[in-house]
Design a protein around this ligand. Structure first.
Ligand SMILES: Nc1ncnc2c1ncn2[C@@H]1O[C@H](COP(=O)(O)OP(=O)(O)OP(=O)(O)O)[C@@H](O)[C@H]1O
Length: 633
């Protein structure tokens, strides 16, 4: 289990740009125990903060410099003595493929011996989440239990048991997908089991140290699932032999969930369900909800979170139990699978209903941030859409839409429709992490320095100076303005020519972190305007920009015209290519891994206003002309 509060220990530490590591006391251990920052001779890697410490190892953030991909590096305390265990962990894990099992990539040589390279889980551990939040809602508990039970079912089907299903070994991606980690205690069925490898409160009663009885280890994993459920709902680990009946301990708990947890926690292993069945029944018993991770993650991770932010954003105390909603009762008794469709949560973030369908499965290596291709927001409540255009103020920061402090995250997290639109661009954040922006509070980046090879910022933006004229630039308090010739193209007849110019201006808004350009790009108060304004305002508010970004329309074809209210509109199918870029702070230091070049096919819906062509809506390439369809206004 990790040390309580460890994730936050690095918060606010100053950055040492020359060393590539957080400063510490002469390289001495920063944390209790033997954790010492590993030294990697290979220039292709940089070591960041300590992510956590367990009983046998410390885990560090590691960045592959060539592409900015982030991993977790697990370093056993005892160096070579534990190398065998690492190899075993790799061997067991590499046979399995499951979206809720943490990926194990291989070894990395360090001066202290080999470390195990793991998929990086930025969303912290369940131990930390519960430590901060106190308890989770029923829906969140379902999300975790279903995911972990499915992962266990996969492990069990391959003939292995986990052996230490506990809160420190359940980690989260940035979109709240639970990952079962730490296969150091895993054993093939029939193998002996070391004494004391489990976590108190999550060990099945009567589990013998050798654990050779066929199936005993599997049943013990299921008991641990029940204990996890108890832990999430009560905020406490079970005290063996002292468990009050769930009906008493949690009187408001829906009966369906209570029966399932009771079954998993049964003293008699034979009465416990198999992991797969437990997953199916818990999934059916109560609607899953995305996990609210905001309070638990390291400050540098907050910008990339894709989970809902209700607890803090709504001013509620972290850890406050969400009130029981109207129960969704099942007429079918637990343990009988019906395959009945589940109610879907509309909140962003992973849940087992949508699973990989919504966000894709884990990729071997994280990717660089997605380029800001034109976005089409999901159809939201109109009130959420109102960008305070022409008011000189920033757009309203709706927690769902703009809770993040990073532009790219805001675009990808809040605007759910984008995923439908451009799936190749919008990977889940564990695949496409948007590395940390600098915290206004002085927090550090996840990987905190740019190093000698830091990317230069092409076309550095000048200091914004508030303008005093009544132009749109003045209204946003910025000085950006297109040239006369560019404006003439927008005012012309040809929507195809206009589309090229609109794309270029839009890219300039991002490249210079200057919202003023957007006034010439999007139709006022449209969905496209809301999305872009939110994104660029976020960049602007952080003094950041996407340096070097250029978007070129390589193909454009008119699909046809239509009316949007009284205004003439046009749909134009476009293929755009964006350059690589760097998310850059005002000090010229990159705040995220470089964005890669890419290509997209979209349909842009333009409207011809008195001031010229503007983008009203962005549609998937397949959308084509929608007869009678109009842009959201
Ligand atoms: N892939 C990861 N991404 C982010 N954090 C991680 C990752 N792996 C581990 N951690 C953090 O490090 C802590 C310790 O890791 P882990 O549980 O693997 O160590 P351990 O010594 O094997 O633990 P145990 O005490 O269970 O034997 C975790 O609780 C978690 O906070």
């Amino acid at each position: 289990m990790e040390t309580a509060g460890q994730e936050s220990q690095d918060a606010g530490r100053p950055v040492n740009p020359s060393s590539g590591v957080l400063p510490d006391a002469g390289g001495a251990a920063e944390f209790p125990g033997e954790a010492r920052r590993p030294s990697v001779n290979d220039a292709g890697w940089r070591i960041g903060r300590c992510l956590g410490q367990g009983g046998s190892a410390a885990v560090w953030l590691a960045e592959r410099t060539v592409d900015g991909a982030r991993f977790a590096l697990k370093m056993p305390y005892g160096a070579t003595a534990d190398e065998f265990e690492l190899r075993r962990e790799l061997a067991i894990r590499s046979r399995l493929r499951h979206e809720n099992l943490l990926e194990v990539h291989g070894f990395l040589a360090t001066a202290d011996g080999p470390g195990l390279l793991l998929e990086y889980a930025p969303g912290a551990s369940l131990a930390r989440l519960v430590a901060v939040r106190k308890t989770l809602s029923e829906g969140e508990t379902v999300t975790v239990l279903v995911a972990v039970a499915r992962a266990l079912a996969c492990l069990h089907a391959e003939g292995s048991a986990h052996g230490d299903v506990s809160p420190g070994n359940v980690l989260f991606t940035a979109n709240g997908k639970p990952l079962l980690a730490d296969f150091g205690t895993s054993r093939m069925l029939g193998e002996g089991r070391e004494a004391g490898v489990g976590t108190p409160g999550f060990e099945a009663p009567g589990m013998k140290p050798d654990g050779r009885a066929a199936g005993a280890a599997l049943d013990a994993d299921v008991y641990a699932l029940g204990a996890l459920g108890w832990f999430m709902l009560t905020g406490r680990a079970l005290v063996p032999g002292l468990r009050p009946p769930l009906r008493v301990a949690l009187p408001g708990l829906p009966a369906e969930l209570r029966i399932l947890l009771d079954a998993a926690l049964d003293e008699d292993p034979a009465q416990r369900p198999a992991a797969a069945k437990f997953a199916a029944e818990v999934f059916r018993a109560w609607p899953a909800e995305p996990i609210d991770l905001l309070a638990a993650v390291h400050p540098s991770v907050r910008p990339e979170l894709r989970t809902r932010r209700s607890v803090l954003a709504q001013g509620k105390e972290p850890g406050r139990r969400l009130r029981l909603r109207k129960r969704r009762r099942s007429r079918t008794p637990p343990w009988e699978e019906t395959g009945r469709p589940q109610r879907r949560s509309r909140l962003p973030g992973w849940n087992p209903v949508r699973g990989s369908g919504a966000y894709g499965s884990a990729a071997p290596a994280p990717r660089a941030p997605a380029p800001p291709a034109p976005r089409a927001p999901a159809p939201p409540a109109r009130a959420e859409l109102e960008p305070k255009r022409r008011s000189g103020r920033r757009p309203a920061r709706n927690p769902v839409w703009l809770g993040a402090a990073s532009v790219l995250v805001a675009l990808t997290a809040g605007l759910g429709g984008v995923a439908v639109l451009a799936p190749e661009v919008l990977r889940p954040s564990d695949e496409a992490p948007i590395p940390a922006s600098r915290e206004a509070s002085g927090g550090t980046n996840a990987l905190e320095e740019s190093g000698p090879g830091a990317l230069e910022a092409p076309n550095p933006a000048g200091d914004p100076s508030p303008a005093g004229d009544p132009s749109p630039a003045a209204e946003t308090g910025r000085s950006g303005s297109p040239a006369e010739a560019e404006l003439a193209v927008l005012a012309g007849e040809d929507p195809v020519a206009a589309v090229r110019m609109l794309s270029a201006l839009r890219a300039r808004a991002y490249a210079e972190g200057d919202p003023a350009f957007l006034s010439w790009v999007n139709q006022p108060d449209s969905a496209a305007a809301a999305a872009d304004l939110a994104g660029v305002e976020l960049l602007h508010s952080q003094g950041e920009r996407l340096a070097g970004l250029e978007v070129e329309v390589v193909q454009a074809k008119r699909l046809g015209g239509f009316l949007i209210g009284a205004d003439p509109g046009e749909q134009v199918a476009v293929t755009t290519e964006n350059s690589a870029y760097v998310q850059m702070g005002a000090d010229g230091v990159p705040t995220a891994a470089p964005g890669t070049a890419g290509r997209q096919e979209l349909v842009l819906e333009l409207v011809r206003t008195d001031e010229g062509w503007r983008i009203a809506r962005v549609l998937p390439a397949a959308a084509g002309l929608e007869p009678g369809g109009g842009a959201q206004r």
